[in-house]
Design a protein around this ligand. Structure first.
Ligand code: SF4
Length: 82
């Protein structure tokens, strides 16, 4: 690719950088085993009550893959009561 001026080159690099930045996830989800995920509650704590739980899809904002509403992992954080 030939750039006629430095300004064109810089504009091209800015657009390229924006494209890469906007399509790259800011974080990756963690594997279940890394966070000691289990499909059963622990001490009455379960995913359905956690702030990271996504009820519509039975997914977690942090843990990768499908999870059980009755599951638990070591970063459980109880959601505020409504
Ligand atoms: S307990 Fe762990 S796996 Fe379950 S919703 Fe919370 S962060 Fe996700």
């Amino acid at each position: 690719m030939k750039f006629s001026t430095r300004r064109v080159f810089l504009k091209y690099m800015a657009i390229l950088g924006l494209g890469v930045w906007s399509t790259t996830p800011l974080y990756a989800k963690a594997a279940k085993d890394k966070l000691k995920y289990q499909d059963t509650p622990k001490d009455g704590k379960k995913c359905v009550d956690c702030v990271h739980f996504l009820a519509a899809t039975n997914e977690c904002k942090v843990v990768d893959g499908s999870i059980s509403p009755d599951g638990w992992c070591m970063i459980y954080l109880e959601a505020p009561k409504k």
